[in-house]
Design a protein around this ligand. Structure first.
Ligand code: AMP
Length: 311
């Protein structure tokens, strides 16, 4: 199954308690695409400026990502985001956002991108997400992300977009804000009632939870002792989740549960180094080894319970 992703392609300047990087490759479509590219061929849809260089394009090429729908505005500048994380690496503090060419982004999909069976709408203006969804009427499974800014500034528009997708992948604070509901289970239910098949709630270092009509499945985050940079972890999670699903014949509760583990596996690599560095150099044996570690971590023997007779 093919997979199309629309979203930001960016330069990020990042600061965490463990170091700093200036103007490195980032963006939601970038992190998502790299992660998903380990499972399937990805069509990336976005826009960059003339400052987007050979080094950046090479990252997409190395992962066989189709970039024909990444528009280049030669005399414009690429979207720029500057963020800082303190010791609580679950919370990003935005220091600067320069939309640049992203301000007038008008995603136009080639026939190849339109024909993908799976579609991911990364965090962009909800109206644009809906327009892209409409350009892919035959997509079998469409997932989206969003952010607090759209929830507070255009909730009604955003809800109209949520109603035309199958799955939303958001963090817990966003789920609460979207529904005005402090209890996460009630919030997930309220979001499901917009007509979704699945709601995935990300909880940073505490893992992620999948809600469907019949299933509740929680996956932990991999217990890493050194987290350098959480930027893009959410998109990398979504890339593993959607990439794995794109490689399956059918999307069922069972395949979605496995996809949750691949999401968590991929996100765990992303945070080990700055930006795209770690996922860019990732290998299949590393992915398989960590998937096995997740299986070991979440395994319970089915031994019948008996009351202990020892003191
Ligand atoms: P994540 O950490 O998964 O939420 O995503 C981080 C990526 O999102 C960074 O690489 C940024 O370039 C990108 N980003 C930050 N703010 C925005 C925004 N307002 N719109 C689109 N992308 C953004």
């Amino acid at each position: 199954m093919s997979l199309t992703a629309v979203g930001s392609v960016a330069f990020d300047s990042l600061e965490t308690p463990f170091g700093k990087r200036d103007k490195i490759l980032g963006g939601a479509a970038t992190h998502f695409g790299l992660s998903a590219s380990f499972f399937t061929r990805v069509n990336a849809v976005g826009v960059v400026g003339g400052d987007f260089g050979a080094e950046e394009w090479a990252v997409f090429e190395r992962h066989d990502i189709d970039t024909r729908d990444i528009e280049i505005v030669k005399d414009g500048k690429t979207f720029f985001w500057q963020g800082r994380y303190d010791y609580d690496m679950n919370t990003a503090h935005t220091l600067d956002t320069q939309l640049n060419v992203f301000e007038t982004f008008d995603p136009k999909l080639s026939d190849n991108s339109k024909s993908a069976r799976l579609l991911f709408l990364a965090n962009i203006l909800p109206i644009l997400q809906r327009q892209v969804r409409e350009q892919c009427p035959n997509a079998e499974f469409v997932a989206m992300d969003t952010m607090n800014f759209w929830i507070s500034s255009m909730k009604e528009e955003l809800i109209e977009t949520i109603k035309v997708v199958d799955c939303i992948i958001i963090n817990d604070a966003e789920a609460r804000q979207l529904t005005d509901e402090p209890n996460i289970h009630k919030a997930a239910k309220a979001i499901m009632n917009f007509g979704l098949r699945a709601v995935v709630i990300k909880r940073g270092e505490y893992g992620a939870t999948l809600f469907t009509k019949d299933a509740y499945f929680a996956v932990p985050a991999y217990p890493l002792e050194s987290v350098f940079d959480p930027t893009g972890a959410g998109d990398t999670f979504a890339g593993g989740f959607m990439g794995y699903l794109a490689a399956q014949k059918e999307i069922t509760d069972d395949t979605m549960r496995r996809a949750m583990i691949y999401g968590s596996v991929m996100a765990s690599f992303n945070v080990e180094k700055f930006g795209t560095e770690r996922v860019d150099s990732l290998t299949y044996p590393e992915i398989n080894e960590r998937f096995s570690a997740f299986k070991r971590m979440t395994h319970f023997d089915e031994i019948p319970f008996e009351r202990s007779t020892t003191a």
